[in-house]
Write a protein that binds this ligand. Structure first.
Ligand SMILES: *Cc1c(COP(=O)(O)O)cnc(C)c1O
Length: 384
């Protein structure tokens, strides 16, 4: 019997080595990794620049605590906020922790206590993040939760307006709902959110934990809609697998997070920041980002050509290399078939196959994945 709490439903095999998009299990079985550790290893496995950054910094100093100046943290913060509506960074070690910082800052800065989030959203597993999350199954058995969250239907401006009152501190949202089934709202919805926040002096918190760091073909997904967030949160792709999270906020919030107001031991260590810097040095280049956007577009076109009218497929949607194939039925058996044929994917919600290749994926690898997907749908269609 395993000595682990069975909190995860795991596959039977282990991945023991990887290079770029390709990974191998303990039996030397080869796969294309279109999970990227759930949108984490955005530069693929063992990217040479990231490997050399971790080697170099690990021989100097790893951790000093935030009792001291940390030059790597200053530099990383500058890189993250450059040419964005955000001015300041707070570093931590995970997405849920970044969201905790955002929730605390929003309450302290506004002096108000109500935060509006959306049905089907996902914001992490801490008490704050879980309470913010708009999915009942995540919260089962953990009540009472943090009470100040109100969940409204996604993509519904009217319901959103109805939920706002004088105690509303913030609206908190993902740009594209990741875990909840890769749901993309209509363009007018994003415009309305922006307008509501600007006019009613409500903070806009954008959870970019999954969508950030180049995943959608922009540094941050909010850039697709010209949103003006007061706070954003990051983690997943920020360290390419080394644990690091961040909350970025506008300068006006500075005084609400003065000395002693918030903190974490591990947040922003020289090692974590050096690794993350090497990731951003590659991803935050216009040429790199436009290539991601282009590869995503072509891949979606290829998928649409072969699958669009397939009876098992409902919709293909996404942005950049955050792509979902919504099916007519639950996708667990599809994901298993793909895995047996060398393609690793991860479901989103019940009915969506989520495709999260590394941003460095090659066109040949995308073609191969499209071919495997096509075969899979043909197979299930003829046998059903
Ligand atoms: C994964 C995720 C989180 C939680 O991040 P952890 O690092 O697992 O705490 C929060 N928000 C979104 C949108 C996510 O996808």
């Amino acid at each position: 019997m395993s000595a682990l709490f069975p909190t995860y439903k795991r596959k039977k095999f282990q991945l023991v080595k990887g290079n770029g998009t390709v990974v191998f299990d303990e039996n030397n079985q080869r796969y294309l990794d279109f999970t990227s550790g759930i949108a984490v290893t955005n530069l693929g496995h063992c990217h040479p620049e990231v490997v050399s950054a971790i080697k170099e910094q690990s021989e100097k100093i790893w951790h000093t605590s935030n009792l001291f100046q940390i030059e790597q943290q200053e530099k990383l913060a500058e890189t993250l906020v450059k040419d964005s509506p955000l001015d300041l960074a707070f570093f931590c070690s995970s997405g849920a922790e970044a969201n905790e910082a955002a929730i605390k800052l929003a309450k302290k800065y506004t002096g108000k206590n109500k935060i509006i989030t959306f049905e089907n959203s996902f914001h992490g597993r801490t008490f704050g993040g879980m309470s913010a999350t708009g999915q009942q199954k995540i919260k089962e058995g953990y009540g009472p939760l943090v009470s100040e969250f109100v969940h409204v239907p996604w993509n519904d401006v009217e319901e959103l307006m109805k939920a706002i009152d004088e105690q509303t501190a913030a609206i908190m949202m993902e740009v594209f709902q990741g875990e909840g089934g890769l749901r993309i709202a209509d363009a007018p919805f994003y415009e309305a959110v922006k307008k509501i926040c600007d006019e009613q002096d409500i903070l806009l918190i954008i959870d970019e934990v999954q969508t950030g760091i180049g995943r959608t073909g922009k540094r941050y997904a909010f850039e697709h809609f010209n949103l003006n967030p007061d706070i954003i949160t990051l983690a997943k792709g920020l360290g390419n697998g080394f644990p690091i999270g961040a909350m970025l906020g506008k300068a006006k919030c500075k005084d609400a997070f003065g000395p002693g107001s918030h903190g974490t031991t591990f947040g922003g260590s020289p090692l974590a920041c050096a690794v993350s810097q090497s990731v951003l040095d590659v991803i935050f280049q216009d040429a790199f980002l436009s290539e991601v956007e282009e590869k995503g577009k072509q891949f979606m076109e290829t998928l649409a050509d072969s699958l669009q009218n397939h009876p098992l497929v409902k919709e293909i949607r996404g942005k950049g290399l955050l792509i979902g194939i919504e099916c007519e039925t639950p996708v667990v058996s599809y994901v298993e078939w793909l895995e047996e044929h060398g393609l690793l994917t991860v479901p989103a919600g019940e009915n969506v196959i989520r495709l999260l290749p590394p941003l460095t994926v090659s066109e040949e690898e995308l073609q191969m994945a499209a071919e495997i997907l096509k075969q899979m749908f043909e197979q299930f269609h003829t046998s059903s």
